[in-house]
Design a protein. Structure first.
Length: 282
């Protein structure tokens, strides 16, 4: 039979098939190479053994999940969003052929200024949707939920609350916002896929809360090619090899100075470029 791994617990793998759950083990050769949440597998329902792992669209090691189609990057006004982390996650998605969607959570009339600010920064980069777990405003989110999806973002932005509200039951532990440091406590420890509908799976994962730059597997020379808001403007640069890090003859820098490119996006790009330059890859 064919199914999708939705949960891993040590060497046991839970699989969805026709609304039924099977708890499986893997043959030794497959166990050695690794079986991940999100893997599409073939298994023997009588012996409860995984026989084959089908080719993966992608495979992430941290967090451990396979075949991601979409990443919902969740931010809100409080805690203050780390937009450098957001930009790293967007880049990560582009590299691994995952569709990034920016989700602004906790939206209400008091957050309109924040929402407008974020939309101005990312309107030419990716799809943006606005939701509120508190008021159950999920229409846009549900319309975009398709395939294997994950929620990502800082602690206390409401990732687990979104899952709880969508499924209307307490599937995840909801973390309290630490008022002292204005940051959330990490509550999600393992990767689990929750099935919402046919071919609609959603995971809450802990591994994107920091996103080590060493996991961004590209040469720094290629970084500029993953910035859709830079690409058209960069055609005005004098040199084709321009990395957009100097004032002279760089159209991207000049347009940033004019306000046509987000200053925050540009500064995060320069920061990431310098980090990638210093990472030794073997």
């Amino acid at each position: 039979m064919k199914g999708i791994v939705y949960k891993k617990n040590a060497d046991k793998f839970s699989v969805y098939v026709n609304e039924k759950t099977f708890v499986l083990t893997a043959r030794k050769n497959l166990k050695d190479q690794g079986v991940f949440v999100g893997d599409v597998i073939d298994f023997d329902e009588n012996e409860n053994i995984i026989n084959k792992i089908f080719d993966r669209k992608n495979l992430l090691v941290r967090p451990p999940i396979a075949n991601l189609d979409k990443m919902f990057i969740v931010i809100c006004e409080v805690p203050k969003p780390d937009l450098y982390l957001v930009d790293k996650m967007i880049l990560f998605c582009f590299i691994y052929k995952i569709q990034p969607i920016l989700v602004i959570n906790k939206c209400d009339e008091n957050s309109l200024g924040f929402v407008n600010e974020i939309e101005n920064i990312y309107k030419n980069v990716l799809k943006i949707i606005k939701i509120s777990a508190k008021t159950q405003n999920f229409e846009d989110f549900l319309e975009n939920l398709e395939g294997v999806c994950t929620l990502a973002g800082q602690s206390a932005v409401g990732k687990s609350s979104i899952i709880n509200a969508i499924f209307n039951e307490n599937l995840e532990v909801i973390g309290d916002l630490s008022k002292k440091v204005d940051r959330g406590k990490q509550t999600t420890r393992i990767v689990t896929l929750y099935k919402f509908d046919k071919n609609k799976y959603l995971a809450d994962t802990a591994g994107f809360s920091k996103l080590d730059e060493r996991l961004i597997d590209i040469d720094y020379h290629d970084l500029k090619n993953y910035y859709p808001d830079f690409l058209e403007i960069s055609k005005g640069c004098k040199y084709r090899t321009c990395m957009h890090e100097t004032k002279k003859d760089c159209n991207v820098f000049l347009e940033k100075e004019k306000g046509n490119i987000s200053k925050i996006r540009y500064e995060n790009y320069i920061k990431l470029l310098n980090v990638l330059k210093n990472i030794k890859r073997y």
